[in-house]
Design a protein around this ligand. Structure first.
Ligand code: AQP
Length: 355
């Protein structure tokens, strides 16, 4: 619990087609949260160049993610939608956070280990510092809540570590300038400039797994297109991918405990529950004991029902790049005004001259 004004922030990388994991882990939550919160949603293009510097068309990818936000129901007038590169304060604050965070913290990040693979020495410095830029994305708005998939939990913990170290290292100056906000951290009440941001990771499925291997995360970079449902897939493709999804030969269990040790079955039940807006228990109550030959067509119908209208709307929006650019420009201006004010204070706190 903090006494900061509640503000939701989250970002998605323009690194390829969005998939069902991105939708259920992030975008659908963005849509739900906008009803009762102020929200800032960002296409994080600076993150997209950390793993691969040269992209086919970063601009088109950025517009496509923006189209997915809007097609899913995010209102860019009530909330802020923009791309990260438009607001230079993200990179500026990230530099300060690079000096707050320790190399050891970055080396422990599982995403860095996964993405760098065996050839760590050859990974970009940007990939190592990715979580520092992510902390800056969030904290340049002093955002209190971040809806993300389960894979981002560790990065959110690091964001809190960076905020806590900054608040602690500069506590005297923050007090002197009178720019601190009181917040509850554990049993203590502390005064800090940055909030202890909370991740919002909940729902019936927090990590959507590959349709080809229930132990691997559904991911944009998986070489097999059959491993994921893309938000742009048409109805036939969605049905075909669900039909071909790997399963075991047993029918669905009659209780939730029976999903243990059956990753593919657990994944499909979780996907069904999330798309239907119900619980996994309810799905098991409805389909327990049934064969996949019954469950898969029901899941395919549900997925088509929920996702096909988004694909149609995305195609309409993508046909009007000038409109998408105007949304990003307007969002960038509004985001920039907040970020500029934060950076002005951060520079005063750190003692950097800014006049
Ligand atoms: N499989 C997933 N299940 C649930 N949530 C997921 N997210 C990603 N994959 C899953 C969530 O989607 C948001 C945006 O992710 P991102 O594109 O910024 O980064 P990512 O996690 O690197 O996405 P991918 O698909 O896994 O890309 P690659 O293949 O490039 O690594 C985040 O909130 C993330 O948690």
């Amino acid at each position: 619990m903090t006494s900061f004004k509640p503000l939701v922030f989250s970002g998605v990388q323009p690194t390829g087609n969005l998939h069902l994991g991105n939708y259920l882990g992030a975008i659908r939550k963005f849509v739900d949260l906008q009803e009762s919160n102020d929200c800032i949603y960002c296409v994080v293009d600076l993150h997209a160049i950390t793993a691969q510097l040269v992209h086919g068309d970063l601009g088109a990818q950025t517009r496509s993610i923006t189209a997915a936000f809007l097609a899913s129901g995010i209102d860019p007038k009530k909330h802020i939608v923009f791309n990260q590169a438009r607001v230079p304060q993200h990179a500026e604050l990230a530099w300060i956070f690079n000096c707050v965070a320790r190399i050891g913290w970055m080396n422990r990040m599982t995403q860095f280990k996964d993405k760098a693979g065996k050839d760590r020495e050859n990974a970009s410095l940007g990939l190592l510092a990715y979580p520092s830029l992510m902390a800056a994305d969030i904290l340049v708005y002093r955002a209190t809540h971040v809806p993300v998939g389960d894979d981002q939990k560790q990065h959110l913990e690091l964001t809190r570590d960076i905020a806590a170290k900054f608040n602690n290292d500069f506590s005297e100056k923050i007090g002197e300038l009178g720019v601190g906000v009181e917040m509850q951290v554990g049993d203590e009440t502390v005064n800090g400039f940055f909030p202890m941001t909370e991740p919002l990771i909940d729902g019936p499925i927090t990590r959507v797994m590959s349709l080809r291997d229930g132990t691997k995360k559904m991911s944009k970079s998986d070489p097999s297109d059959l491993s994921r449902i893309n938000l742009t897939d048409d109805a036939d493709t969605i049905s075909k991918k669900i039909k071909k999804a790997k399963t075991d030969p047993e029918p669905l269990p009659s209780d939730i405990e029976g999903l243990k040790g059956r990753p593919e079955a657990e994944n499909l039940v979780g996907i069904y529950a999330a798309l239907a807006g119900t619980t996994r228990e309810q799905v098991i109550a409805d389909f327990g004991g049934q064969q996949f030959s019954v469950f898969k067509p029901a899941l395919a119908d549900l997925a088509v029902d929920k996702l096909a209208p988004i694909a149609t709307e995305m195609r309409k929006l993508e046909a009007d790049p000038a409109y998408i650019d105007s949304v990003l420009r307007d969002g960038g201006e509004r985001a920039g005004a907040i970020a500029e004010a934060t950076m002005k204070t951060v520079k005063q706190i750190v003692g950097l001259l800014d006049n």
